[in-house]
Design a protein around this ligand. Structure first.
Ligand code: 7TS
Length: 417
């Protein structure tokens, strides 16, 4: 943890026992043991406030939106649009028109790759990403490069899991059209210096996309302060439903970009001669959206706001410090990624033991972790390993759960001794 984080580790910022009561799934047992859920980077659990909101929608409000004069449709439209404003405030976008609902981070990045790519990227142009991207911030750009003849360039990272920022100026050329980097790495936990990347990119007139899939749930995010041009995230990692996500984009880019998909809702008028597209944000929202999901995501953000993102960041920093302290005391654990500024996702390997075996033994104790390459195969290649085990924290985790995890890790050693 960096020194900024240290200063806030002495007080418990909210009552985690009360928070746990909001998540009924935490009372489940797995193989007869209480569930200990450390797979939050894959997806978080949903509080009752979100579950109840989804149920309320289907029980009392279900209707298609943006098209009915009848009361139910108007009400559902109002709730869906209210949620858009909740998201706008949550990330401090300057207008709700800059909030596009998508299916998730993956779709948001694909939307930009397709649409921004169609307008702004041509043969021999260059796109820069980092070496620690999730596959969903690699493959859409590779597809775009295949289509256009553009080139992908990679900003490397060191063995601490920190971006080699000194390399960035040398990668930027007159042909660089976009930089797309992850805010917080899902496999290394690193929080990247995105402000510096954005400032440097803008000094060359290059827009920047930030993949916030592993950041928005852990810290306050202010897109105007960051001055990023695009910011993307998923609802399901933010204590909200699956199937819903967000693309934030600056109006100047979204206005200039062509629609991603065609269909209902994204048009103002259609004739066989000419179709006029709808205004933002609807231009990018073809077809009936995930209405319940959008409303549920608003409920998730309302819930997080009652706790406070500063308090969540402070609490998770405390827990992260505790994980690091515990890991440091176990000789045979090797942490993969040791960045000074980080979120609570910890990849680790145990001497000579396959990560899948670690995951299986922990599962018998009711502990859910993820094992594998975490959709970051280039990260694994950088460390010359096939896979890691990963513990990732959420707002409902506790020190007691970390203690139990450590006991279970010792069992793994016993099994393999
Ligand atoms: N970007 C990052 C940094 C991610 O961690 C993930 C998902 C995605 C993009 C894609 O998000 P999606 O909601 O569209 O699938 N990461 C993980 C993970 O670490 N374990 O499971 C999914």
């Amino acid at each position: 943890m960096n020194s900024d984080n240290k200063q806030i580790t002495d007080t418990v910022p909210f009552d985690v026992r009360k928070v746990r009561e909001d998540f009924p799934i935490l009372a489940e047992t797995v193989h007869g043991k209480p569930l200990v859920y450390f797979d939050n980077a894959a997806t978080t659990h949903k509080p009752l406030q979100v579950i109840n909101r989804l149920q309320h929608y289907y029980l009392h409000e279900n209707s298609n939106i943006h098209r009915g004069v009848h009361a139910l449709s108007q009400h559902a439209t109002g709730e869906y649009e209210k949620s858009r404003r909740t998201i706008q405030k949550f990330i401090n976008a300057s207008s709700e028109k800059e909030i596009i609902f998508t299916r998730g981070t993956t779709e948001s990045i694909n939307l930009v790759a397709q649409s921004f790519g169609a307008k702004f990227i041509a043969q021999d142009d260059e796109i820069i990403i980092s070496g620690m991207e999730h596959h969903s911030n690699i493959v859409p750009w590779q597809l775009l490069c295949e289509r256009t003849g553009a080139r992908l360039k990679i900003l490397p990272f060191d063995l601490n899991g920190e971006l080699q920022m000194e390399e960035l100026p040398g990668l930027i050329t007159a042909k660089t059209k976009l930089i797309s980097v992850v805010h917080a790495s899902n496999s290394l936990g690193t929080v990247n210096p995105v402000e510096d990347i954005i400032a440097l990119a803008h000094s060359h007139g290059i827009p920047v996309l930030i993949d916030g899939a592993q950041a928005v749930q852990h810290m306050p995010v202010d897109v105007q302060k960051l001055d990023c041009d695009f910011y993307v995230f998923s609802g399901h990692k933010l204590y909200g439903p699956t199937g819903i996500g967000v693309l934030y984009g600056k109006t100047k880019y979204l206005e200039a970009m062509p629609p991603y998909q065609g269909g209902g809702d994204m048009i103002l008028s259609v004739t066989f001669d000419k179709t006029i597209y709808n205004e933002l944000p609807y231009k990018f929202e073809a077809g009936t959206p995930d209405i319940a999901g959008g409303i549920g995501l608003g409920a998730a953000i309302d819930y997080l706001n009652t706790i406070g993102m500063d308090a969540i960041a402070a609490y998770e920093h405390q827990l992260s410090d505790y994980v690091i302290e515990k890991f440091t005391n176990i000789d045979k654990v090797q942490l993969i990624g040791n960045a000074k500024k980080r979120v609570g996702s910890f990849s680790f390997i145990l001497d000579g033991i396959h990560p899948h075996d670690i995951g299986t033994i922990l599962d018998f104790d009711g502990i859910a972790i993820r094992t594998g390459h975490h959709c970051t195969q280039p990260v694994m290649q950088r460390f010359c390993i096939p896979a890691t085990a990963r513990l990732s924290l959420g707002i409902y985790n506790t020190r007691e759960e970390i203690d139990f995890f450590v006991q279970s890790i010792h069992k793994v050693f016993e099994v393999f001794s």
